[in-house]
Design a binder for this molecule. Structure first.
Ligand SMILES: C=CC1=C(C)c2cc3[nH]c(cc4nc(cc5[nH]c(cc1n2)c(C)c5CCC(=O)O)C(CCC(=O)O)=C4C)c(C)c3C=C
Ligand code: FE2
Length: 447
């Protein structure tokens, strides 16, 4: 971030901005929203106008021309991460208190916060160890701010003066603070850009739910023309930027042709895909297909595979699991492997600790001799330029939000599904609240 950008950011931060009530926070008070004074851009991404509804169409009409001065905003949505070890447990509480992360049947939603408290306390020691090993906190805020500034600059280079805001789901600067700043700045048109290439109910869906709740209760926000880029893994600029990183990293091996390209995506519980209709797995597979097609077009014909990492808790997650596949590949005699983190565009705990330390060690123990890892895109200029294009392409489709409901809520409307959940929910509540032994077993599944 250059100095002028930083000071402009600081001058627009209102420290008295309201934060979410009843949410765990750190002792330092409110974090800052980031209406960054410098700013980006997207083949076509999946864009919707309004929060969960229409799909982008080139025919969509421009916003009303009575607006005197157009003030464009871009809201970058991200997960957020603890900045110190003291932040870890309250950060985990915010994460597990999210009904899109732990999906309880409606009747049991009163258990969400006690359960979040219990799980966050049980999980915190392991998470703290992880964050301690990468320097004592998550790099996510810093990298997201850098991406926001790079995006501002890329948009300026394309003659678009845009204010960029960063809204995190579980830590500072919270999405709610960013939205308050957007209101104060009297933005007249907003593009919402989640920093997740693929859509999942647990990531983009969760952040959009926060926005939906805020927007429908506020007269200014509900009439603000807005376009949402729901997923963008299919954009040519993203696919080519990923292929560039892989092509470059392959050259660090002595026999590049013999390297297995190992895509490792963050997992989600299987029920998200099979019961709630999460498009995440399908989009992930499509994404890998597009990256591999690009590599083949460049004459790179390495073998590849996709596995899912970072599972938490006792339920089944998307398979195959990264740790199991690494062991199998070692047993099958694979000697060189290039890990490619693919569900997230910044370095974070799961690249820096889980892949670079845990999986690397496991792979080497399993017989893999040459290990490499592709860096996250972070501020790669071709990637940022493509995000800037995505924003520019989305602008004409901005329309005030619609209040139609997110598809993922449908599962609870099915009476059989509801009864099944009610039954298992009761057992879970009984186990967790009454049985210390089961709490211990549950704790072990979190470690
Ligand atoms: C596309 C990316 C991600 C998906 C999908 C996702 C789903 C998901 N995650 C958890 C549980 C945890 N996630 C944690 C951290 C974390 N997760 C992602 C990305 C996705 N999560 C990121 C970028 C981060 C932050 C990393 C950082 O640097 O701070 C954590 C905390 C860390 C830990 O203890 O391992 C948990 C827990 C669930 C349950 C879930 C889907 C339901
Ligand atoms: Fe996660």
């Amino acid at each position: 971030m250059d100095a002028s950008a930083s000071s402009a950011v600081a001058s627009r931060v209102n420290l008295s901005a309201p934060c979410l009530p009843r949410r765990a926070s750190n002792s330092s008070g409110f974090g800052s929203c980031q209406p960054v004074q410098k700013s980006i851009v997207v083949g076509k991404a999946s864009v919707s106008a309004g929060i969960y509804t229409s799909t982008y169409s080139d025919d969509m009409v421009e916003a009303p021309s009575h607006v005197a001065e157009e003030k464009i905003g871009v809201l970058l949505l991200n997960l957020g991460g603890p900045e110190t070890l003291n932040d870890v447990q309250p950060f985990l509480f915010n994460l597990f208190a999210d009904p899109d992360i732990i999906r309880l049947p409606r009747l049991f939603q009163f258990l969400q916060r006690p359960l979040a408290q219990l799980i966050s306390v049980l999980r915190a020691p392991k998470s703290k160890e992880g964050y301690a090993s990468i320097g004592g906190g998550s790099p996510l805020r810093k990298i997201t701010d850098e991406q926001a500034n790079a995006l501002k600059l890329a948009l300026e280079a394309k003659k678009k003066d845009v204010s960029i805001y960063v809204g995190m789901r579980y830590w500072y600067p919270f999405t709610e603070e960013a939205v308050q700043q957007i209101k104060r700045d009297k933005i007249t048109r907003l593009v919402v850009l989640p920093l997740y290439p693929q859509f999942s109910i647990s990531t983009t869906g969760s952040s959009l739910r926060v926005l939906q709740n805020m927007f429908r209760e506020d007269a200014y926000l509900s009439s603000l023309p807005l376009a949402i880029i729901r997923s963008w893994y299919q954009r040519e600029g993203y696919v080519k930027s990923m292929a560039d990183l892989i092509e470059k990293e392959l050259q660090s091996f002595s026999k590049p042709d013999e390297v297995m390209i190992f895509f490792s995506a963050h997992g989600v519980p299987l029920s998200y895909v099979e019961e709630a209709g999460d498009p995440y797995k399908e989009q992930m597979e499509d994404c890998i297909f597009l990256i591999m097609r690009e590599l083949k077009a460049r004459g790179i014909n390495n073998q590849h595979t996709l596995a899912y990492q970072s599972r938490v808790g006792p339920v089944q997650w998307l398979k195959p699991y990264t740790d199991e596949v690494l062991v199998e590949l070692g047993q099958k005699g694979v000697k060189s492997l290039l890990a490619v983190p693919v569900s997230f565009v910044s370095e974070h705990i799961e690249t820096l600790e889980e892949i670079d330390m845990e999986y690397k060690e496991l792979a080497l123990e399993s017989g893999i001799e040459n290990w490499g890892r592709v860096p996250a895109l972070n501020c790669t200029s071709s990637f940022i330029a493509d995000l800037a294009d995505a924003v520019i392409e989305a602008l004409p489709s901005a329309t005030p939000m619609s209040t139609s409901k997110i598809a993922s809520e449908e599962a609870d409307n099915d009476p059989i599904n509801y009864l099944i959940k009610l039954f298992f929910g009761s057992i879970l509540a009984f186990i967790l609240l009454l049985s210390p032994k089961m709490i211990l077993a549950f704790k072990n599944s979190l470690l």
